[in-house]
Design a protein around this ligand. Structure first.
Ligand code: EPS
Length: 403
């Protein structure tokens, strides 16, 4: 079993994470972790904070001479902005002299946070509920990505829409049609979308989206959007139909939905499939190069809670950022009078970053199922288990049914 925990406040000294359960002898290159952290910071429409921070992980334990020891890996990401917040974020002492925040922003965790935790300052809600926490997640999940890559599993993403602006040719259709080049690997999607400032696959689409973001900025408003996260190389058999909480699709939905501001997740053709006939919706089973596979991939690589061996296709929807420069209505908790919601430095759009975090969360969930299925205390042992299973898979099916 693998697990991770993150700690840290948005303007505290640092974010930390402890990652546990990966086998020993897995080669870890810190540049790969830092690349993912850098990607998370990217995207047109981010706020000033991203100019202050240059997120980088410091590994504190669990790795020796570039390889995992099998012990917990702990990492630290410093918040450069903390220096500007040291007085407001003191660990010890009294809060006297520090201005309390009393006006909650609709859509953020401000009001629910103070209600639940009995805080007397909304700052206490803001700090941990901030999406800054996802930097620590991305660092933790990078270990999962590195691990999966050892087995040829890669993960990539692209932004499908921002503010309702969709592309002329949606690449998702190609994914569902299973109309992909022989060597298609999901990371290639990210290699392409990373070249765009809003992480889309077409330059015309990029321009249209940037115009929409400029409009939002001008209005003091924000936008959300949709994104796809894809994994390739996933073997047949991760997940199960046996238990509700061990279904691969259910767990993926959980991990993507856990990303701040994500309000919807679907797998494969998702909501659209509910409007179709069954004959238009399911993937016909065929033999290709003497191996069993599917003609199309509308199921998004999962049937009955189990991976089919085809690309895993996940779509997420992020709501618009809730901090508005032209605020909507709220109530000042000090006076209990109607006021404009509080403005706070924030992003206008963070969908490109959200897709990168989606990649990380998908990697984590796949690694969870992978480690559960193939086990192993060292990477060598995991590889032996994996190759024995995949090598024999098709011959076993043939043998069982030829009897
Ligand atoms: C951040 C995400 C957003 C940023 C934050 C850094 O967090 P939130 O969910 O609180 O809106 O705006 O930056 C700040 C809080 C700030 O001071 O600018 C991230 O992803 O790192």
């Amino acid at each position: 079993m693998i697990r991770f925990l993150t700690a840290g406040e948005s303007h505290g000294k640092a974010l930390t994470t402890i990652v546990e359960g990966f086998p020993s002898n897995l080669k870890i290159n810190i540049d790969e972790i830092n690349l993912q952290l850098k990607r998370r910071q990217s995207g047109y429409g981010r706020g000033l904070r991203m100019k202050i921070e240059s997120d980088a992980a410091e590994i504190l334990s669990g790795i020796r001479f570039g390889k995992t020891l099998g012990s917990p890996v702990s990492m630290l990401i410093r918040n450069k902005d903390w220096e500007n917040w040291a007085d407001k974020m003191k660990i010890e002492g009294k809060s006297s002299g520090v201005e309390k925040i009393t006006i909650p922003r609709p859509g953020h965790a401000d009001l629910v946070g103070i209600s639940k935790y009995n805080y007397d300052d909304i700052r206490n809600s803001i700090e941990r509920s901030s999406a800054r926490e996802t930097a620590a997640r991305v660092a933790a999940c990078s270990i999962a990505r590195i691990f999966l890559a050892e087995f040829g599993i890669t993960i990539g993403s692209f932004v499908e829409s921002i503010g309702g602006v969709y592309p002329e040719n949606n690449f998702a259709a190609k994914l569902f049609d299973n109309n992909l080049s022989k060597n298609f690997d999901a990371w290639g999607l990210s290699a392409k979308s990373d070249k765009s400032s809003v992480r889309v696959l077409e330059s015309k689409h990029e321009k249209e989206i940037i115009d929409k973001i400029k409009l939002a900025k001008k209005k003091g408003d924000t936008l959300g959007g949709t994104f796809y996260v894809v994994a390739t190389g996933v073997p047949v058999g991760l997940g199960t139909f046996v238990h509700y909480d061990k279904k691969l699709d259910a767990c993926i939905a959980n991990s993507i939905m856990s990303i701040n501001a994500v309000k919807a997740v679907s797998i494969g053709t998702g909501f659209e499939s509910s409007e179709k006939f069954g004959s238009e919706s399911h993937d016909e089973i065929i033999l290709k190069n003497n191996l069993l596979t599917r003609k199309t991939n509308r199921a998004g690589g999962i049937e009955g809670g189990i991976s089919t061996g085809l690309p895993i296709i996940v779509r997420g929807a992020m709501k618009p950022i809730s901090t508005l420069m032209s605020p909507i209505e709220s109530v000042d908790l000090k006076t209990m009078k109607k006021v404009d919601a509080r403005r706070e430095r924030s992003d206008f759009v963070a969908v490109p970053a959200c897709a990168v975090i989606g990649e990380s969360m998908l990697a984590w969930t796949l690694a969870e199922f992978f480690v559960e299925k193939f086990g192993g205390d060292s990477i060598e042992e995991t590889k032996d288990n994996f190759s024995s299973y995949t090598r024999k898979l098709h011959s076993r099916i043939k043998k069982n049914f030829a009897k």
